[in-house]
Write a protein that binds this ligand. Structure first.
Ligand code: NAD
Ligand code: MN
Length: 358
């Protein structure tokens, strides 16, 4: 029996609600499959934990996480901790410490879901976000606090190694898709150094992938293209900040932030990769039992695929699509379902698949 060790970090807000739902669905899948087993350990690292102890991740935390095959992450962020403290306390140390440089964000309008776009069905994108450097490298400083000359810098960092590996990753992924099209997102008109190198290296790497067609778009212009001509995009590669913003737009255009998944990959598999819904803690709906768990289920499917359980991942996606087609929606999608009822519906759809196959 294949066995995978999963580190679950539910975190804050609706994180624990959606991660519990995700684990329930994963357990159901593993039981039905019979070919693999998941051994899950839950880590209590959260903002409450931080407020009690002064740290999110204990000193040996990353060493412990390293033993796992994958990390299943909820969300971090609380009203009583500044966001930059929570983000840099929990999520970024894992993503950076494990060199999860490729952030993969698929966007698609699931059956039955209504896009705010009339031509929403044309959305079938994968946004690749550089996840280790760029604008979020953490390179900056602040001096003369409170004085009129107070100064702060936030310097983007682009390295040849970092830029080349994300472009190569994007080309590899684009080459495996039916349309084999990759769009380079940039801002090299206004930013003359890092962004110009970003473009140059893209076209160097492109020489190794003659089958992949490419184009280049400025980040501001690509937002209009996402809205007005969604069918012209396939795979998109963008910097840490740009892709962060574009992927929330992609999620909204696909129907809701509550369905959008993401994978933070260490493609070389030296370290475990981390899988999470792209949404945050969602304070406004925490504890109400109405968080949409679909983003987390889709995330779980990406995790299974990464672990090599493609058949189970496909079954999970089929079950998700079956319940969205049937209109089992939480309020963010205009329905009245709860986290629990959506989870039950997906488990039931999985059980039906097994019956059909038998
Ligand atoms: P958010 O994603 O938490 O919420 C934005 C809006 O989307 C809210 O109205 C929320 O109710 C809705 N929403 C989000 N997920 C949903 C779901 N599954 N089902 C239904 N509705 C959903 O973003 P925000 O309000 O900007 O941030 C809140 C907190 O989360 C902040 O502390 C922020 O730093 C943190 N955050 C964390 C992550 C992460 O852990 N990766 C990502 C984004 C934001
Ligand atoms: Mn974001």
């Amino acid at each position: 029996m294949r066995e995978y060790k999963i580190a679950a970090i539910p975190g804050d807000g609706i994180g624990p609600e959606v991660i519990s739902a995700g684990l329930q669905v994963l357990e159901t899948l593993a039981e039905q499959d019979g070919g693999f087993k998941l051994s899950v350990e839950r880590f209590p690292w959260s903002s409450d934990y931080y407020l009690e102890r002064g740290y999110y991740i204990p000193t040996d935390g990353l060493e412990r996480l390293k033993q796992f095959d994958a990390i299943f992450f909820g969300a971090v962020g609380a009203l009583n901790v500044p966001d930059h403290v929570s983000l840099w306390g929990l999520r970024l140390p894992i993503a950076q410490g494990f060199d999860q440089y490729a952030n993969v964000r698929p966007a698609r309008v699931l059956p039955g879901v209504r896009s705010p776009l009339v031509n929403g069905k044309d959305i079938d994108w994968v946004i690749i976000r550089e996840n280790s450097e760029g604008e979020y490298a953490g390179n900056g400083g602040r001096t003369h606090r409170g004085l009129p000359i107070e100064t702060a810098t936030e310097t983007s960092v682009f390295t040849r190694a970092g830029v080349e590996r994300i472009h190569r990753f994007a080309f590899e992924l684009a080459a495996k898709r039916p349309r084999k099209h990759l769009t380079l997102v940039t801002k090299s008109n206004a930013q003359r150094f890092g962004m110009v190198m970003w473009d140059e290296i893209f076209f160097e790497v492109a020489n190794d992938y003659p089958d992949v067609t490419t184009d280049r778009e400025l980040v501001d212009a690509v937002t209009t293209r996402m809205v007005l001509k969604p069918q012209t995009l396939d795979v998109v590669v963008a910097t840490n900040l740009h892709a962060d913003i574009l992927s929330d737009l992609a999620a909204a255009l696909s129907g809701s932030l509550g369905i959008a998944p993401t994978a933070n990959l260490n493609p070389e598999r030296v370290f475990p990769s981390m899988f999470e819904p792209i949404h945050g803690s969602a304070f406004d709906i925490t504890g109400k039992g109405i968080a949409n768990p679909v983003a987390t289920f889709w995330t779980a499917a990406m995790m299974l695929e990464h672990l090599g359980e493609k058949a189970a991942a496909d079954r999970l996606m089929a079950a998700i699509e079956q319940i969205t087609a049937a209109g089992v929606f939480t309020p963010d999608l205009g329905g009245t379902a709860t986290t629990a009822s959506v989870t039950e519906a997906v488990c039931k759809a999985l059980a039906q698949q097994v019956k059909k196959a038998a």
